[in-house]
Design a binder for this molecule. Structure first.
Ligand SMILES: [Zn+2]
Ligand SMILES: [Zn+2]
Length: 403
């Protein structure tokens, strides 16, 4: 008999799903509760007692994978290869050497591939790519001897990978995958659907804004604003690509620090087999301001770079600690684009997730808001439920209480 247990499903982030049969047990996602969640304390999970065979991670966001260090080495960890690389870059930049070493040396880390089924005991798990603000995100079809379960992970359909043009017609990728692969054209019945519901609650009336709309707007906006600072998540591949293409279309350079450039290279390499959209080829490292110890040669190089930036314009990925380099361009009337969830800079929305330093930074620079959500709008969630047509459905990753 299949048993499904969901921990912290009624909060946005930190949801843990345990699926077990008589002889096999898997877990989907093991991440941190996000600040502002109902239970900020991470739940205790008795790894010693539970006898888990494998953990499957839907994607690299901390609320889904952030607690992987707690998982005993003999438990298999299944994740996308990009997820592993993105985490490694992230923890290297954060100077968390113990975590980087763990990622390098932990036994039983296995990479998943879209559409390639994995057998763990009597459970069969098939990952399918989904559109999300994380580049490498999956939903999982979990087949046990008596149940078919679909776990969506985080998803949306308004990113760059949400729609395709097929025979001249706009096709919703996720619904098509559900129809063709998950449902096998109606031949396979889904007993239990576990879907995310981030936008079902307080955020349900948020403006509908897609990556494609943002790309169009940014392209237009950059015609009159050639000096652009950008505050964005370093792992939001779609939005980074949006601003990159808007910059290049206007002859502006794209600048970021070494760490962000490394993440862009991961997306570039991984995306290259499907599309050239993530081909971040024309990008440069942000120059630093010369000081007394800077050699003459380096100083000349930096000055040439800054001169170039002043001439062509730029999009520069910044953080709240970049005032010095931003000051260098102050006379050019630059703008700051804030492309993250507004809760981080608005206390009423973000509650405990509010970041006063970041809010102050955005205020100081009169930031303008340009952002698309990583999560499906309620009408898309409804469409998914209809497409899956499950016997039973559970909405997780939501602040809406079960009714
Ligand atoms: Zn999430
Ligand atoms: Zn996510």
């Amino acid at each position: 008999m299949t048993n499904i247990k969901i921990y912290q499903g009624d909060q946005i982030g930190g949801c843990i799903t345990v699926i077990s049969t008589d002889n096999t047990k898997i877990v989907i996602d093991f991440g941190e509760s996000l600040p502002g969640a109902e239970v900020v304390e991470n739940i205790e999970f008795g790894w010693d007692m539970e006898n888990v065979d494998a953990v499957f991670f839907t994607h690299y966001h901390g609320d889904h994978i952030g607690r992987f260090m707690e998982i005993p080495d003999d438990v298999k960890l299944y994740m996308g290869e990009v997820t592993w690389k993105v985490l490694k870059n992230l923890y290297t930049a954060l100077k968390k050497d113990d975590i980087v070493e763990h990622l390098d040396n932990r036994p039983n880390v296995l990479f998943i591939k879209p559409n390639d089924a994995i057998e763990v005991g009597d459970i069969r798990v098939t990952p399918y790519s989904v559109d999300h603000s994380a580049f490498d995100a999956y939903m999982f079809l979990v087949e046990t001897p008596d149940k078919n379960i679909l776990h969506t992970g985080d998803y949306r359909d308004h990113g760059h990978r949400g729609h395709n043009i097929k025979n001249g017609k706009d096709m919703n990728v996720m619904l098509e995958v559900i129809r063709c692969y998950v449902r096998d054209f109606g031949r396979r019945k889904i007993d239990f659907l576990i879907t995310e519901g981030t936008m079902m609650g307080d955020r349900k009336n948020d403006k509908r804004y897609s990556e494609k709309m943002m790309l169009k707007d940014a392209k237009e906006y950059f015609k009159n604003h050639k000096y652009v600072f950008l505050k964005i998540s370093s792992t939001n591949a779609d939005s980074l690509a949006t601003f990159y293409h808007a910059a290049r279309a206007n002859g502006m350079g794209f600048y970021a620090n070494k760490y962000v450039l490394k993440q862009l290279d991961v997306f570039k390499e991984a995306g290259s087999q499907y599309t050239d959209f993530y081909d971040f080829r024309d990008k440069w490292e942000i120059p630093f301001i010369p000081n007394d110890n800077t050699s003459k040669e380096t100083r000349q190089k930096l000055n040439a770079k800054i001169k170039h930036m002043r001439k062509d314009g730029f999009v520069m990925v910044v953080s709240e600690y970049y005032d010095e380099i931003m000051e260098e361009f102050a006379d050019l009337d630059p703008i700051l684009i804030y492309s993250m969830w507004k809760g981080y800079i608005d206390k009423r929305i973000g509650k405990e997730a509010y970041n006063p330093e970041l809010a102050e930074f955005c205020k100081r620079h009169n930031a303008i808001d340009m952002h698309t959500s990583g999560h499906a709008y309620p009408e898309m969630i409804e469409a998914v439920i209809n497409a899956v047509d499950p016997a039973d459905v559970k909405i997780i990753h939501t602040d809406v209480k079960e009714e």
